[in-house]
Design a protein. Structure first.
Length: 176
């Protein structure tokens, strides 16, 4: 279980940190995405788009760092990862059901309209976060062997890259 938790921690940290950095680099796109989501709440909520985008970037960054941090930050980091991925998945579900015209700037640049493909992308991340949290509650295990740590890190890197470029990958397989 120690390797599953380590892989989950590293993958979620990678995804969240890449997302936070990409959103910070393309802040106006992230602000436009939050504006599009807040427009569904009401006209007064739209003035919160800029602070909401900044808070989202901060939450992703802090959670990613907590997952990479020492033992005492891991459990709170996993709880935050569950909350974030559940929230992202819920937003994708609501956007899909309501047919909201919101471009996903989840990794900085707007790619596709927020919808089903984002539910498909976010659900395994939510599963990883839940797995990590459940496994972290199992108590300390033996120290991981260095070759296994490398395998966990490589697996996490693949998960991070596939997640960050999921829209591009989905577009490759989309029917014209």
């Amino acid at each position: 279980m120690i390797y599953a938790v380590l892989t989950a921690r590293l993958a979620l940290a990678g995804v969240l940190l890449v997302s936070a950095i990409a959103k910070a680099r393309s802040f106006e796109d992230a602000r436009a995405m939050t504006d599009g989501l807040l427009r569904r709440v009401g006209p007064g909520a739209r003035r919160l788009a800029r602070p909401a985008a900044a808070a989202l970037i901060a939450a992703e960054g802090v959670t990613g760092l907590a997952l990479l941090g020492p033992g005492e930050t891991v459990r709170p980091g996993l709880v935050a990862a569950v909350a974030l991925t559940a929230g992202f998945t819920a937003v994708a579900v609501v956007a899909t059901v309501s047919r909201a015209e919101v471009s996903c700037a989840c990794f900085g640049r707007p790619t596709a309209r927020l919808g089903r493909r984002h539910i498909v992308r976010n659900t395994p991340l939510l599963g990883l976060a839940v797995l990590g949290l459940a496994g972290a509650g199992a108590g300390p295990g033996a120290s991981p062997a260095p070759p296994a740590v490398v395998l966990c890190a490589v697996t996490a890197a693949v998960i991070t890259v596939v997640t960050a470029f999921f829209d591009d990958i989905a577009d490759l397989f989309a029917t014209p």
